[in-house]
Write a protein that binds this ligand. Structure first.
Ligand code: ATP
Ligand code: MG
Length: 662
């Protein structure tokens, strides 16, 4: 496609956003207005029309899946060779940057084959430190030390990068940093902070990165936190070749330090910036849009937008209130069968969205009983799966003998007589060992640093690590671990029911690891994958996922389930400043995923964590009242059926249940 045809597929405001390439640009627009489409078109336009080499374009998104989709969209527009074009998450960009800048890393005291600690590894490290200092990490706010450290980063001082941490946690914080460094490890936050540190302190590194990245584009920029925003400023501050797109009404990662006021300050931070507003929604029927608008309108902290659509009214948004979760399951599964049999939808058109993973089981079970095929996105890091993590730990340790977290995990898998004490001594030995990994493992095979049975175990471990390090590719290293180092047998014994699935998960690792870059880089990349990234349900499965995982996606049919106060909005959110408004934005994100049919359901009694609990309906349901014409409500609770007026308990106001019956 040439520049012209790229623009022709857009409306005039969208085309203007794509065509203008003379400075920083912010597209601030509502859900389904084509932000992501504009971003992809801009990349295509830069390549096709402005002849920007693909490898000088950096596009940043929030999930690997979104990155993969973006790349596909651009490919379909410009075809050809996009090699070297970086479409990635912030984390993944940071990680690659650090591998490229190995010498800067070395001067900061990190090995070139550093490893990434996932949340579990970090929590373990933090726990040990808290114990060592005799700290009760859980303060009044019941946060873990790892959580505190992570927040301190996300809320750092943008000028100095100083973490925002209370004095009494400072020693723990410092020890934590030292401990990770000692193990040659970085945590997820480091993947943003270290590149910033290097870029801000090393003019050459900054210069060369600015040469590499001519254009920076970022999707979902309402969810950037301070360090991420600072990165954008640092990379694009000079040239102004930056496009950011986002929707403040969809900012849903406040708990991770996302700060939508950053986006609001864009015009001040980037001189000469142009702000473009898109107000036409292409995704949803007008009923769905009206209902979504009537909910989000209740937020105080927002700029009002006037999102409109040319699409048909469509079916009314259906709200169903049931007596119990069982009834809700029956309603949803009946309706799915009806949609498929009578209305011509495919299972793949349908999704069920909920606020928390804990709710997924019920829906899953109900679909299973009806024989409806489904796929579920648990949002679990792929890396967190037991078997994947074991094998990755072996690969990691073989490449970086200082990685004590991995050593602890797999020293005795499969059993080789290495107990906790022996393992601790081994870790100490390895933290001081000098030389290349292969030399270290070779030396340890010949002269294990432990005696007796433990010594035999250490030698056996070292031998395995040496062989893994000598394999030519990650694939063959994984095969070696499975079939020659006894892991297949181990997993069969440990998980007789599902060892085959687990084996499959390990094999899948090779397919998701990038094949460019070094083995250390591929391993680091693996830490950033979640099962969301391998979501490929296609046409044949109903998709189940949390509302957070659904951001940016769209489905012809959406069931937004579990609308009960305490679940959605969540109990915790009600105690936090701005918490309720963030929950409302999450609700808005969920509703605006729907293209043609939107169902919303809540119950008065639900089994949660094994016990029956009674609920008030979510206040978001009562907020639909403003769009009464677009919404149809079935109240099937006994109270409703008896004709008694029901009062929703909504703080500050109470309302009889009659508002929708007209
Ligand atoms: P979200 O806020 O959910 O991220 P978005 O603003 O990124 O949404 P897109 O996903 O880019 O919106 O677009 C929503 C839908 O509208 C997509 O199916 C897209 O193809 C379609 N669309 C956007 N612009 C146009 C257009 N000019 N003509 C036809 N369809 C369009
Ligand atoms: Mg989008």
């Amino acid at each position: 496609m040439d520049g012209r045809s790229i623009l022709r597929a857009l409306n005039s405001a969208q085309a203007a956003a794509v065509e203008w390439c003379d400075g920083p640009e912010l597209v601030m627009a509502g859900a389904g207005s084509g932000k992501t489409r504009v971003l992809a078109s801009k990349i295509a336009y830069l390549i096709a029309e402005k002849k920007v080499p693909p490898n000088r374009i950096l596009a940043l998104t929030f999930t690997n899946k979104a990155a993969a989709e973006m790349l596909e969209r651009v490919k379909s527009m410009v075809g050809g060779d996009l090699r070297g074009m970086q479409v990635s998450t912030f984390h993944s960009y940071g990680m690659r940057f650090l591998f490229r800048n190995a010498s800067s890393m070395a001067s900061l005291g990190y090995p070139s084959n550093f490893v990434i600690f996932d949340r579990g590894d970090c929590r373990n490290a933090a726990k040990k430190i808290a114990r060592h200092l005799g700290l009760d990490a859980k303060g009044d706010d019941n946060r873990s030390l790892a959580d505190r450290i992570s927040r301190a980063y996300a809320n750092c001082d943008p000028a100095t990068l100083d973490p925002d941490i209370e004095e009494r946690w400072r020693p723990a914080y410092d020890l934590y940093r030292d401990e990770l460094k000692r193990q040659g490890a970085l945590d997820f936050d480091d993947l943003m902070m270290m590149p910033l540190h290097i870029l801000l302190n090393d003019r050459d590194a900054l210069e060369s990165e600015r040469n590499r990245v001519e254009w920076t584009l970022v999707d979902e920029c309402q969810d950037v936190n301070s360090p991420q925003y600072l990165l954008l400023k640092t990379l694009a501050g000079g040239s102004g070749r930056l496009m950011a797109v986002g929707d403040p009404d969809q900012s849903i990662y406040g708990w991770r330090g996302a700060d939508m006021s950053l986006m609001m300050g864009f015009e001040d931070d980037f001189r000469g910036a142009r702000v473009i507003v898109l107000d036409r929604n292409y995704r949803s029927t007008s009923n769905i849009l009206a209902a979504a608008n009537s909910v989000i309108r209740n937020n105080r902290e927002r700029r009002d937008k006037n999102l409109w659509t040319d699409s048909a009214e469509g079916a009314p948004v259906r709200v169903t209130i049931e007596n119990s979760d069982r009834d809700e399951y029956a309603f949803i599964t009946d309706e799915i069968e009806r949609l498929v049999l009578e209305d011509g939808y495919r299972y793949g058109d349908i999704s069920i969205l909920y606020r928390v993973n804990a709710l997924s089981r019920g829906y899953e079970q109900a679909l299973l009983e009806r024989g409806i095929p489904y796929g579920i996105v648990r949002g679990v890091a792929f890396y967190d799966r037991r078997e994947v993590k074991d094998v990755l730990s072996m690969l990691r340790l073989s490449a970086n003998p200082r990685d004590a977290a991995s050593l602890e995990r797999i020293a005795n898998i499969p059993a080789r007589g290495l107990g906790p004490k022996g393992t601790a001594r081994l870790a100490l030995y390895l933290s001081k060992a000098l030389g290349e990994p292969r030399e270290i493992w070779g030396g340890m095979t010949a002269n294990p640093p432990l005696k007796g049975k433990q010594g035999e175990g250490a030698a056996a471990l070292a031998k395995t690590m040496l062989r893994v390090a000598e394999e030519e590719s990650l694939g063959s290293a994984i095969d070696f671990i499975l079939y020659n180092a006894g892991y297949e047998e181990y997993i069969r014994d440990a998980f007789p029911e599902d060892w085959e699935d687990r084996l499959q998960n390990v094999r899948e690792m090779t397919s998701i690891m990038p094949d460019d870059g070094s083995a250390a880089e591929a391993l680091a990349q693996a830490a950033l994958f979640t099962d969301q990234d391998s979501m490929r349900f296609g046409d044949s499965h109903v998709s189940l996922m949390t509302l957070h995982a659904a951001k940016g996606l769209e489905f012809p049919v959406v069931f937004l389930a579990g609308l009960e106060d305490g679940i959605f909005p969540s109990e915790r959110s009600l105690d936090e400043p701005g918490g309720l408004e963030e929950e409302r934005r999450i609700c808005y994100v969920g509703m605006t995923r729907a293209k043609e049919r939107l169902y919303m359901s809540g119950v008065t009694r639900r089994v949660m964590f094994g016990e029956f609990r009674t609920f008030n309906l979510s206040r978001f349901i009562s907020e639909l009242s403003d769009s009464a014409g677009a919404v149809k409500i079935d109240d099937r609770t006994r109270l409703g059926a008896s004709g008694q007026a029901r009062v929703w308990r909504i703080p500050g106001k109470s309302r009889s249940s009659g508002w929708w019956s007209s």
